[in-house]
Unconditional design. Sequence first.
Length: 382
Amino acid sequence: MAAVLGQLREVADEIVVAVDSRVDATGLGYHHRIADRLFRFEYSPPIERARPWLYGLCSRSWILEIDDDEVLSGPFLDELPDLIRDWRYQQHWLPCHWLFPDAHHWLDEPPWSFDSNRLFRNDPATLWAAGLSHTRADPVFPSRYHERGFYHLAYLLTDESQRRAKVSHYLGIPEGHRIASTDRDIADFYLPESVEGTTPVTVPRRDRPAIEAVLEAKGPALPTPAGVAVPLVTRSEIDASWPERTLGPRAYEAELEILERVVRFAPCEHRPIAVRVTNTGDEAWPGSTSGDGWPYPSERRPRIRLTYRWVRRDGTIFTEEPFRTGLPATVRPGEATVVPVIVAAPDQAGQFLLEIDLVHEHARWFGAPARTYARVNEEPGP
């Protein structure tokens, strides 16, 4: 890790390192030397569940993410100072160069050749991580793709049995916590020697010294300096930032108020109703996003949105398939926001009770609805 991060020491304002707590805490001397901020964290699969927490530790304007079995290419390092001064882009996607069968060759073909989101703005308005296996920060426009990026050293740092175990581990992660579309490539990805017909290309000479420095960085661990206590972050602290966490009952405490004094619709009319939403609970509710976002989820989790229902005079529910409206931004505990909630009126005239509430998709309604009587008229007018 020290050899990997040593490439960045001259250009990085801050290096943040998170170490799996299963690593011996007394042997973190090299980590301590290279890191400005060093943490241990309780591991729980998938490892990506720690990413939202880890991003939150970073204090500078840009985040460059790199693992301890990767080496940045020389051309990208040369560009890096200029990239972080260029505010035309939100993200920079780097191509992965998977080293195989030795340190001087790499596989420039699928599935080993792919683009990865590694340099991105540390902007809470746009930065989001799903925390699912094999995901990083969600895509944001505008972004830039590069021709040279980083080398992946997994084939050279682990033997075949270790890589087979990794394949079994990834395929054993519960479906809701991984991107299933990557499953078909996992075995080939970690076992390139089992695939016939690969055609490795040559690593440029200028990149070889950095790769060799990492491969040669072996030997006993360096003791953690005396008197240095590396903070241990618990799983519960990690999961407080994980989108797939289970919410407690106080997360559903809310106050809603319809801001329109008189509510009228024509039959089947679709239009927004302004609602003030106040978070009186203990969890932040993420705003919704739209778009494909492949291969990442296109909507931030937990999926908390506004919906509605129409109630007839006899108390029966009229609406069967109401629209959902996402929050326009994250609403933290104690904060309020106004949301234009899209509502479709009944297809018949009359007076109805309109109830607007928050819903946690596939979990529950909040049960704190704002209510108003609405007139559905055959013709526009009072």
